[in-house]
Design a protein around this ligand. Structure first.
Ligand code: SF4
Ligand code: SF4
Length: 74
């Protein structure tokens, strides 16, 4: 059971992904892999939402979203 776990989502824009594997190499948690020449989320559970994949993708093809349902700011 998770307490305040933020929901994560990784969006890969397949048409922009050129299959360079940079995101796979930089992900410290081995969340990403390649599938049919495109980046693929293989292990979302391990993702810490560090944002490295998004940062290093040269084609802006990957987007990390953190949807924290438990925050109550403002
Ligand atoms: S946000 Fe970080 S942990 Fe998650 S897939 Fe990207 S590089 Fe890996
Ligand atoms: S870094 Fe970007 S372009 Fe390269 S494989 Fe990953 S998502 Fe695709």
């Amino acid at each position: 059971m998770s307490k305040k776990a933020a929901k994560k989502e990784i969006r890969i824009h397949e048409s922009w992904c050129k299959g360079c594997e940079i995101c796979v190499q930089f992900c410290p948690k081995e969340v990403l892999t390649m599938k049919d020449g495109k980046a693929w989320v293989a292990n979302l559970e391990s993702c810490t939402a560090c944002g490295l994949c998004e940062l290093y993708c040269p084609d802006f093809a990957i987007e990390v979203l953190v949807l924290d349902e438990s925050t109550k700011e403002n």
